[in-house]
Design a protein around this ligand. Structure first.
Ligand code: HEM
Ligand SMILES: *[C@@H]1O[C@H](CO)[C@@H](O)[C@H](O)[C@H]1NC(C)=O
Ligand SMILES: *[C@@H]1O[C@H](CO)[C@@H](O)[C@H](O)[C@H]1NC(C)=O
Ligand SMILES: *[C@@H]1O[C@H](CO)[C@@H](O)[C@H](O)[C@H]1NC(C)=O
Ligand SMILES: *[C@@H]1O[C@H](CO)[C@@H](O)[C@H](O)[C@H]1NC(C)=O
Length: 338
C-alpha cells in the first residue's frame, strides 16, 4: 500500500485506525476543508432544500437511490469527488459517456436540486456536494432519517474524461488483489472495499457484465459450465433472467436486481447473500477469497455493525481528492464549467 499525498495519507491513517478496532470500527475524523454543515452560514437551508427535492423525486422512483449511490462512487473514484461525473462533453468524450456509465442516471434530478439551490443562494453550493448529499438523502428516504453524515465544502472540477473513467472505475471481473489495489490507490483500505461493496444491496446489474459466469465459464459452453464460486441455484436463477441466443449472444439489455427480493431496501442483506455465494459479480464473490475480507463479511451479517461501518467508509470515500478553498469552482450549472 503506497500513500500518495496528504489526503491519501490521512485516509490511510483512518483505515489503519479502523483495522485496529477489530475489523469494524467507528473511527471518524474530518478531512481538511470539509466539515459538517459547511453551508450553515452561507446558505442555511442548503441541505434541507437538497433533501426536499431528492425525496420528492425518490418517492416517485425508488430506483433512484441506487443511481445516486453509484453516481457518488463514480464521481469520487475519478479525479476525486468533484462532480466531474456530471459534466457534458463539449468536444472530447466525458466520464458519463464511458462504457462503465451504463446505468448512470438521475442527472436531471441533480440539475433540479442545483436550480433550487441557485434560487436560494446563488453561486454557493457546489455540484460535488449535491452529489454527496443526493446519495445520502436518496438512500435514507426509506428510513426517513439520515443514515450517514455528509461533510460538505467540496468544490467542482473543470475536467471530465471517459479515458479516466475507464482507468479508475474497477471492473466487475476484478479479483481481490486488483480491487484492493484500486481502492488503496484512492486511499481506501480493505475494510472500505468490503463495506462499500455492500452498496450492491440496492440496484441492478446488466447481464452482459456477469453472464461469463453463467454459460461458458471454462469454455465448455453448456448450461452447467458455471462459475463454481456461484451457488448453483442462484446461478440457475441468473441464467433464467439473462437471455443467451444467437441474436443476442451477450444480453446487454436485461438488468437483474443484485439483491433479489429487497433490491430497493438499503440493508446488510448483500452480505447475507454474499456469504451464501450469491454475489452477482466476480468482484463481489472475490471478497470471500481473502481471509481478512471474509472475516469482515462475517461481522457484517449483523445489521447494526453494517450501518455503523458503512457510515465510516462512505465518509472516507467522500474525502477522496476533494478540491477545497482556492481550488476548483462552484459551477452555476452542474453539466458545464463556468
Ligand atoms: C468494488 C468495486 C465495484 C465494482 C467492480 C462495481 C461494479 C458495479 C457494476 C458492474 C454494476 C452494474 C452496472 C450496470 O449493470 O450498468 C454496479 C452497480 C452498482 N454499484 Fe457498484 N461496483 C463497485 C463498488 C461500488 C461502490 C463502492 C458503490 C457505492 C458506494 C457501488 C454502488 C453501486 C450501486 C448502487 C449499483 C446499482 C446501480 C443501479 O441500480 O443502477 N458500487 N456496480
Ligand atoms: C453512457 O455511455 C454510452 C456510450 O458508451 C452513451 O451512449 C450513453 O448516452 C451514456 N449515458 C449517459 C447517461 O450519458
Ligand atoms: C486496478 O489495479 C490493477 C492492479 O494494480 C491495475 O492494473 C488496474 O489498472 C487498476 N484498475 C483501476 C480501474 O483502477
Ligand atoms: C466459450 O468460451 C470459449 C473459451 O473462452 C470461447 O472460445 C468460445 O467462443 C465461447 N463460446 C461462446 C458461444 O461464447
Ligand atoms: C449490445 O449488443 C449488441 C449486439 O451484441 C450491440 O450491437 C450493441 O452495441 C450493444 N449495446 C451496448 C449498449 O453495449
Amino acid at each position: 500500500m503506497v500513500a500518495k499525498g496528504l489526503i491519501t495519507g490521512v485516509s490511510l491513517v483512518l483505515a489503519l485506525l479502523v483495522f485496529s478496532a477489530a475489523g469494524v470500527g467507528t473511527a471518524s475524523a474530518q478531512a481538511p476543508g470539509l466539515k459538517k454543515g459547511f453551508y450553515k452560514k452561507s446558505c442555511p437551508r442548503a441541505e434541507d432544500i437538497a433533501r426536499e427535492v431528492v425525496w420528492a423525486r425518490v418517492a416517485g422512483n425508488r430506483e433512484l437511490a441506487a443511481k445516486f449511490l453509484r453516481m457518488f462512487f463514480h464521481d469520487c473514484f475519478v479525479r476525486g469527488c468533484d462532480a466531474s461525473v456530471l459534466l457534458d462533453s463539449p468536444t472530447n468524450t466525458a466520464e458519463k459517456n464511458a462504457p462503465p456509465n451504463l446505468s448512470l442516471a438521475g442527472f436531471d434530478v441533480i440539475d433540479e436540486v442545483k436550480a433550487a439551490l441557485e434560487r436560494a443562494c446563488p453561486g454557493v453550493v457546489s455540484c460535488a456536494d449535491i452529489v454527496a448529499l443526493a446519495a445520502r438523502d436518496s438512500v435514507s428516504f426509506q428510513y426517513k432519517r439520515n443514515l450517514w453524515e455528509v461533510e460538505t465544502g467540496r468544490r467542482d472540477g473543470t475536467v471530465s474524461s471517459d479515458q479516466e473513467a475507464l482507468a479508475d472505475i474497477p471492473a466487475p471481473t476484478s479479483t481481490f488483489d486488483i480491487l484492493l489495489s484500486n481502492f488503496s490507490s484512492k486511499g481506501l483500505g480493505l475494510q472500505d472495499l468490503v463495506v462499500l461493496s455492500g452498496a450492491h444491496t440496492i440496484g441492478v446489474g446488466n447481464c452482459n457484465l456477469f453472464s461469463s459466469r453463467l454459460f461458458n465459464f471454462t469454455g465448455k459452453n453448456n448450461p452447467s459450465d458455471i462459475d463454481p464460486a456461484l451457488n448453483p441455484s442462484y446461478a440457475r436463477f441468473l441464467q433464467g433472467q439473462c437471455r443467451r441466443n444467437l441474436q443476442d449472444p451477450n444480453d446487454n439489455t436485461t438488468v437483474v436486481p443484485m439483491d433479489p427480493g429487497s433490491s430497493l431496501s438499503f440493508d446488510n442483506h448483500y452480505f447475507v447473500n454474499l456469504k451464501a455465494h450469491q454475489g452477482m459479480f466476480t468482484s463481489d464473490a472475490t471478497l470471500l477469497t481473502n481471509g481478512r475480507a471474509a472475516n469482515i463479511v462475517d461481522k457484517l451479517q449483523d445489521p447494526g455493525v453494517f450501518f455503523d461501518a458503512f457510515k465510516n467508509s462512505i465518509k472516507r470515500m467522500g474525502q477522496i481528492g476533494m478540491l477545497t478553498s482556492a481550488n476548483g469552482q462552484i459551477r452555476k450549472k452542474c453539466n458545464v464549467v463556468n
